[in-house]
Design a protein around this ligand. Sequence first.
Ligand SMILES: Nc1ncnc2c1ncn2[C@@H]1O[C@H](C[S@+](CC[C@H]([NH3+])C(=O)[O-])CC(=O)[O-])[C@@H](O)[C@H]1O
Ligand SMILES: O=C(O)C(=O)Cc1ccccc1
Length: 253
Amino acid sequence: MKDSEIYPTELYLSPEKDDLFQKEPWPKPFVFNEDVVNVFDNMISRSVPLYREVLACAAHWARAYYQTETKIIDIGCSTGTFLELIGRFLQQPATLVGIDNSQPMLEKAREKLLPIQQIHQVELICASAENCSFENSSVVIINYTLQFLPLQVRQKLLKSIYQGLVPGGLLFLSEKVKSPLPLFQETITRHYEAFKAYNGYAQTEIERKKEALENVLVPLTETEQLQMLKDSGFQQVDSLIKLHNFLSLVALK
Ligand SMILES: Nc1ncnc2c1ncn2[C@@H]1O[C@H](C[S@+](CC[C@H]([NH3+])C(=O)[O-])CC(=O)[O-])[C@@H](O)[C@H]1O
Ligand SMILES: O=C(O)C(=O)Cc1ccccc1
């Protein structure tokens, strides 16, 4: 598949509509349970700005830095949307690894990745990422997952990723972040919530989800995130995409 064939990207997203926060009971505190998993593709594609572009970007970078006989690992792979995309985009068979600690997520991923298994070696691991090995990986993707881990676990995980990557290996990291300036954070939040409303969420749904995510999704500032990457061993880091509170970075070993 040529580069031009992936823009604008076509993601394999299940159609079930996210209406979880329209009526009781909604997941509070937010958890990746079966109800969330069943509507997850719709939820994330309506809730994360530039989601399609970020995954297409990750696919381009993964193809550019993939080294033969190594692994591409997606941490927090959810329903396998990125692995399905890169599986179509790579021009050679590879080992694609998905890690997620939600078994319902991996059941959806297994189904989504069946066609890809004709070409690639696919491994789905149900585990907490911080307990996994990243040895012999040339590309590690971690999109919108680190934000759910306790802070001290994030640092341990990033160090483990750095140690596991082969020389020249790439980390592609997307996260929700917060502005260090309260006035700007307020403006960004208002704009982000307008984005959600434009995507069909009612104000009640937006407020309920915000409350459910409190102390579950804990964003850092961009500066704190960059420092955590440096403290993990990554010295070559750059930012690629940022809109509202959502940031994508690349880091090279
Ligand atoms: N400690 C953990 N270990 C492993 N998985 C975890 C852990 N904590 C949470 N998860 C998993 O991390 C994923 C976060 S979603 C990632 C989206 C995907 N990357 C995408 O690009 O579509 C983003 C969001 O929900 O905003 C969920 O599948 C959790 O089960
Ligand atoms: O940060 C938010 O308000 C979100 O809605 C992001 C999100 C997307 C999908 C699952 C959990 C959080």
